[in-house]
Design a binder for this molecule. Structure first.
Ligand code: PRX
Length: 650
């Protein structure tokens, strides 16, 4: 057992340094909850540059659910990420390093260059008539133009909605249509594992159906021919060339509560929802987490491997590290391409200091690339982080030993799209870290675990992870709300934010997250709603009803398992199953590969017509016993059919 683990087992009675670290944390934490407004005012003052100071730190509370942060305050997020570093003399410091999928494709942007490009694209958007409050949808691979487009929107007060490139047609259409965006930014193609895959063609169908889109700006990534709609579509490089490089774009002063961006995420019901984050609260919170968890300095080369199409990329590839003045690294390709040593090659090549990745990537690297990391000099690393799903002890230990050389503990961070930034992390002392269960709430975060009846759990008892006090990074709203924020986050317990995750808490306020409690599947760290997949399946002409659950997968964490009933006169052939699998993949995107689909004659429904999903989850996972209370099932005989079908399909 390594020293770190021994210390962990001895927990809080360890070395004086860890003791003093723990007591310092407790002191700051307690103070932050005793007087949250003073705490957050100090954070906002220290970490953010304001054009006008706020009048009130916090208005409202969770009981009224009308919460707004730093009202009266004015700022611009792009100028916090760019201009203010130039003013401090960092104009020639690298802001962004881009590694293309080909090893020899590298671009470096200094802070000055990133500002220049941001201003240029901001001016392009302005020329297209984009103003404060307008929405711009961005569907780009991991290339510098993605960061430039986001910062350009932030500069002129446009709201960006970045859509992950692993989504296609239907998923894409849903994500463009309801936000009414006026400009769509994409690329002709995307590089994936040595192949050039069309990207804009995925969007052509949805764009034709989305009347609000007036312009589509396309980055050229390859020589492939694609179709361009005259008058609507134009090339990024031509627009930028027309703009020249001289014209500075004045940052628009935004109210703290104005929307910075929206990001679609999946809930347990219905279509994905557009979560809105505000300028002042979000930036303050993300910078607070950068300071508290990552301890960024200007010398850091920060590599967050998440795609920017997810919240992790927004907060820790773009706004957090750039706001903190660090250097960000963006990698276009796959972790295992061309060889499973690619990550370590990149760490050595650029001297990465902070690596923030996901258990899914760690599993793939362990599986395919064991022993390869030792060939590289990883001594530049000072921080190893993990996010997106629980990291199991095997993964934690591999990351710690092989990459951290048993010196760098793995910092497992828990948070959500809705929280804006990291909420729980092992903050106290590296020596108190170990696999699982060492996460503490960040200062300012009043986390607790509640039973279903709303009682706070006793140490060790499982329950729902909740947050009892507002924090600045929390979602501002959900697009077109219609009561959804209330229903999704505040209906379990009055005046308390329900995360939807299950957790346990020790007597020392150490949290362990055990998984989702709702119908959300996390595939390779990416969140997908079962409802979205079900609506795709039922849109197929042969399918009558569908119910989707997640099952464990050794590489991706979870994968899709669907039960379908087919329409009258439709034959249950293996060919149709293949077609449905293909259809799910094509309409949702490559994220939805390797699904399993099973025919059933009927879905198990309660007498009130609700699908009994916990039963389906058990059957999909080959657990044919322990079904719990099934007395509300309308027709218990469906169980036999479900089990037999499962056995046949295994
Ligand atoms: O279930 C939790 C899981 O990911 C969910 C949030 O997904 P998303 O909004 O896409 O954001 C992902 C990145 C922040 C959570 O409700 N999750 C995230 N981090 C962890 C985690 N589960 C366990 N351990 C984590 N460290």
């Amino acid at each position: 057992m390594n020293n770190l683990m021994k210390k962990k087992n001895n927990q809080e009675s360890s070395s004086p340094s860890s003791d003093s670290c723990l007591s310092k944390y407790k002191k700051v934490y307690d103070l932050s909850l005793e007087n949250p407004e003073a705490f957050w005012a100090e954070r906002a003052e220290t970490l953010v540059s304001w054009a006008r100071k706020w009048d009130e730190v916090l208005q409202g509370d969770f009981n009224r659910r009308e919460v707004s942060w730093f009202s009266g305050g004015r700022l611009n997020v792009s100028s916090n990420c760019l201009d203010r570093h130039l003013e401090k003399g960092c104009r020639n410091q690298a802001a962004l390093i881009w590694q293309g999928e080909n090893d020899d494709e590298v671009k470096v942007y200094t802070y000055q260059m990133l500002l220049t490009e941001t201003c240029r694209f901001a001016n392009v958007l302005k020329d297209k008539g984009i103003k404060k409050g307008d929405c711009v949808s961005i569907y780009l691979p991991m290339i510098p133009e993605l960061v430039i487009a986001m910062l350009a929107c932030a500069r002129i007060g446009a709201v960006h909605s970045v859509i992950f490139c692993g989504f296609s047609s239907t998923a894409l259409k849903n994500r463009i249509k309801d936000c009414g965006s006026k400009v769509f930014v994409t690329a002709d193609t995307v590089a994936r594992g040595g192949r050039i895959i069309p990207l804009k063609p995925n969007a052509d169908g949805p764009l034709d159906e989305c009347q609000s889109i007036r312009n589509c700006i396309v980055v050229r990534r390859s020589e492939k021919e694609i179709s361009m709609v005259p008058g609507r579509d134009s090339w990024w490089h031509e627009e930028m060339a027309r703009e020249g490089i001289g014209r500075y774009c004045e940052p628009v002063e935004m109210d703290a509560g104005d929307t910075l961006f929206m990001l679609y995420t999946s809930g347990s019901t219905g279509k994905p929802k557009g979560v809105l984050h505000s300028c002042g609260g979000y930036l303050t919170y993300v910078l607070h987490t950068c300071r508290t968890v990552f301890h960024f300095s200007e010398n850091d080369i920060h590599w967050c491997t998440a795609d920017i199409g997810w919240i992790t990329g927004h907060s820790y590839s773009v706004y957090g590290p750039l706001g903190a003045g660090a250097t960000i690294l963006i990698y276009e390709g796959l972790p295992l391409y061309p060889e499973p040593d690619r990550y370590w090659r990149i760490v050595e090549k650029f001297g990465v200091t902070v690596l923030y990745t996901a258990p899914a990537a760690i599993r793939a690297l362990m599986h395919f690339g064991a022993g390869l990391a030792g060939r590289y000099d990883l001594s530049s690393l000072r921080f190893l982080g993990s996010v997106g799903e629980p990291i199991n002890p095997g993964e934690w230990n591999w990351y710690f030993k092989e990459i951290g050389h048993s010196k760098l503990p793995v910092i497992d961070t828990w948070w959500q799209t809705e929280t804006g930034g990291i909420m729980l992390a092992p903050l106290v002392h590296p020596e108190l870290c170990g696999p699982g269960g060492c996460s503490r709430p960040l200062p300012g975060i009043d986390a607790a675990v509640f039973t279903e009846s709303g009682r706070e759990t006793v140490p060790g008892e499982s329950g729902r992870l909740v947050i009892r006090k507002p924090w600045p990074g929390m979602l501002k709203a959900v697009l077109g709300d219609g009561g959804r924020v209330q229903k999704m986050y505040f209906s379990s317990y009055p005046g308390v934010y329900d995360t939807g995750d299950s957790a346990r808490r020790s007597g020392e306020n150490v949290f362990q997250i055990t998984g989702r409690l709702d119908d959300v599947i996390i595939i390779s760290g990416h969140r997908l709603g079962t409802a979205e997949i079900e609506s795709v399946l039922t849109a197929h002409r042969s399918v009558a009803e569908a119910a989707v659950v997640g099952i464990a997968d050794s590489l991706k964490g979870q994968k899709i398992y669907a039960f379908v009933t087919v329409g009258k006169n439709v034959e249950q052939t293996p060919g149709l199953l293949g077609e449905l699998r293909q259809y799910v993949q094509e309409t949702i995107g490559p994220i939805a590969t390797h699904s399993t689909i099973q025919y059933v004659s009927a879905l198990p429904k309660t007498r009130s017509g609700k699908i009994m999903r916990r039963l389906l989850r058990k059957i999909a996972s080959n657990d044919f016993h322990h079904f719990g209370d099934i007395s509300t099932l309308a027709d218990p005989s469906v169980i036999t059919d479900l089990i037999e079908g499962k056995k046949r399909s295994s």
